[in-house]
Write a protein that binds this ligand. Structure first.
Ligand SMILES: Nc1nc2c(ncn2[C@@H]2O[C@H](COP(=O)(O)OP(=O)(O)OP(=O)(O)O)[C@@H](O)[C@H]2O)c(=O)[nH]1
Ligand SMILES: [Mg+2]
Length: 566
């Protein structure tokens, strides 16, 4: 017996743990009934295994008048239960005990106060036989008592009679639902003394067919008469076998686990995970105004290049115009170039993404809104249009749909929900990474400073030439003698300085502009790539990660369910 316990224990233990785990993971995903059912089974099993496993509780269940009480008395060898002609007779379950020492707590748990020692031969040592009320009773309390005990006992003995063995109440409400429990079930056809000898076999064959249809192939059927004693010896022998094995309790619990696990669903292969992030990233980029920002990066670069390297005579005109990137409040916000987490706090929470479409019609630089709602300290990239918002929502839905495909209904719904779960945070988060990522594009190349120095040197030369010529002009005007004039070839130096300085300044400005144009393009391209990556990461964090978490949960659920069913 000890050996048996060791053999059954761990497997039952691990299956129970797996069932509990599956129930936990299914919480909020699958119908509450199935989840709490699994928990109840685990709890019941936990209690049963702490009570006497040296006793096997067998219940006589069946319709009123089938002869449960008569059979109970016949097996116990005494008139313990009332056998009546008024139907129904038995209203509360009672127990007959063969060597019942130590069965007290078990019967307390079963809530059966009426207990009698059996007086028949003690070959059934360890049997606790219950006489139940009728399952098809007109009394609700009888039916409830039967249902309660049918869920708890170790062994079910269904007592049927030749008239009512095909009753739908028995087959639909009990037998078919207990198909997993066929290992702990016997069917007794009582009152065979009332059948002509020739029809007993036909009756048994018909009963067999019905049981097979219920999924109960292999369940033993015994033809018995409580009145004449026919078949009682076989019934006693069968009960004796089951009681001696002392396995019914664990077989019953195993069947309970199987049923509870089946109600949680069938383990499904986890669907292949598809990369759906590309469309999402594209939609998020559009909604966050990435193309606009990228264009502003190129223009801003050129703008700052002209201010830094342009011809000193004309560059101030450019200075009067605003920087296209700064106009979007990128690269100007405090901490905008720092890591995301260090951005100014105190933002208002993003409003739901169902913003009025008019927000998108505000001009750049005045809206302060993203595609979610108004927040403090955002970029001034114009808010997303209704179309762009709809595209983001579609992309999120597509991510959910793709991940949910091939999943069973409730889990698919949970995955779709997970895809949407953090979508309200998207607008704000995307705007933040757009600000930080594109702010890096405002760094000034080193050559600007060198060219600037050169520009001023050239400008100084031009100025010197101009002053020199001015001096010469003044002296000539005052009819003063001309000082000797150095020349380069035939051209006097002051003229070389003035004209050469002006030409060189303009030429340097033009060349710098050319370089800045190429640099702006390069910078815009690099920023676009960085933005796509950063925005993609936000989509991954806020849309794909919750989906992955839910798929992982389903995978763990499936794995636990597989272990529970083993
Ligand atoms: N002929 C015959 N009559 C039987 C047999 N077993 C029981 N009866 C009779 O059937 C009637 C009902 O028997 P019970 O044992 O009270 O039936 P029960 O299943 O306990 O009925 P409830 O307590 O109402 O659920 C009684 O009159 C019994 O004498 C049998 O094997 N043969
Ligand atoms: Mg009875």
């Amino acid at each position: 017996m000890k050996l048996l316990r060791r053999k059954e224990g761990p497997s039952l233990d691990s299956r129970l743990a797996a069932l509990l785990e599956a129930a936990e993971l299914a919480e909020g995903r699958l119908p509450e009934e199935a989840v709490s059912g699994a928990r109840a089974v685990a709890e019941r099993a936990g209690v049963r295994r702490t009570l006497s496993i040296d006793h096997t509780v067998a219940a006589l269940a069946g319709a009123t008048g089938s002869g449960k009480s008569s059979l109970y008395n016949a097996l116990a060898g005494a008139d313990l239960a009332a056998v009546g002609v008024v139907r129904p007779t038995t209203s509360a379950a009672q127990a007959a005990l063969w060597d019942g020492e130590g069965a007290g707590p078990l019967l307390d748990w079963l809530d059966i106060p009426q207990r009698h020692p059996a007086t028949s031969a003690s070959d059934l040592s360890g049997l606790v036989l219950l006489d139940l009320p009728d399952h098809d009773s007109i009394q609700v309390s009888h039916r409830l008592e039967v249902d309660r005990l049918v869920a708890l006992v170790d062994l079910l003995v269904w007592v049927v009679d030749p008239q009512k063995y095909a009753d739908a109440a028995l087959h639909d409400r009990y037998l078919r639902r207990l198909a997993a429990h066929r290992g702990v079930m016997l069917v007794v056809l009582n009152q065979v003394d009332r059948l002509p000898e020739s029809t007993v076999d036909r009756c048994l064959r018909d009963l067999r067919r019905l049981l097979d249809e219920d999924g109960l192939a292999g369940v033993p059927i015994l033809a018995v008469s409580a009145r004449t004693g026919t078949g009682l010896a076989e019934l006693r022998a069968l009960l004796n076998d089951r009681v001696a094995e002392r396995k019914s309790w664990s077989t019953r619990l195993a069947a309970d686990i199987t049923t509870a696990a089946a109600r949680l669903g069938t383990p499904e292969e986890a669907p292949a995970r598809q990369a759906m992030d590309r469309a999402l990233t594209a939609a998020l980029c559009e909604a966050a105004g990435v193309p606009l920002v990228v264009e502003a990066v190129a223009k801003g670069h050129r703008h700052r290049a002209v201010v830094a390297t342009g011809w000193p005579v004309t560059r101030w005109i450019r200075k009067l115009r605003p920087d296209p990137l700064r106009r979007l409040r990128i690269g100007t916000m405090a901490g905008a170039s720092g890591p995301v987490g260090e951005l100014p706090s105190g933002r208002a929470p993003a409003a739901p993404s169902g913003q009025p479409a008019s927000a998108s019609e505000q001009p750049a630089g005045s809206s302060g809104q993203g595609f979610g709602g108004e927040v403090v300290g955002r970029t001034s990239v114009p808010a997303a249009s209704a179309v762009q918002r709809a595209r983001v929502e579609t992309a999120i839905r597509d991510v959910g749909e793709a991940a949910a495909a091939d999943l069973p209904g409730p889990w698919a719904a949970a995955v779709r929900q997970a895809a949407r779960s953090r979508s309200q945070e998207l607008a704000d988060a995307v705007d933040r990474v757009v600000a930080t990522t594109s702010a890096r594009a405002t760094r000034r190349p080193r050559w600007w400073r060198a060219v600037n120095v050169l520009q001023w040197l050239v400008f100084a030369a031009m100025l010197a030439g101009a002053l020199w010529l001015g001096g010469l002009f003044g002296m000539d005007y005052l009819r003063l003698p001309q000082p000797p004039l150095p020349t380069v070839g035939v051209v006097p130096w002051p003229t070389v300085l003035l004209v050469g300085g002006a030409l060189a300044g303009v030429l340097i400005a033009l060349l710098s502009r050319l370089a800045a144009w190429a640099g702006g393009r390069r910078r815009a391209r690099r920023t676009a790539r960085a933005l796509r990556t950063a925005v993609g990461r936000v989509g991954d964090d806020l849309v794909l990660a919750p989906v992955r978490a839910e798929l992982d949960r389903h995978a763990r659920f499936t794995e636990a369910l597989t272990r529970a069913r083993a």
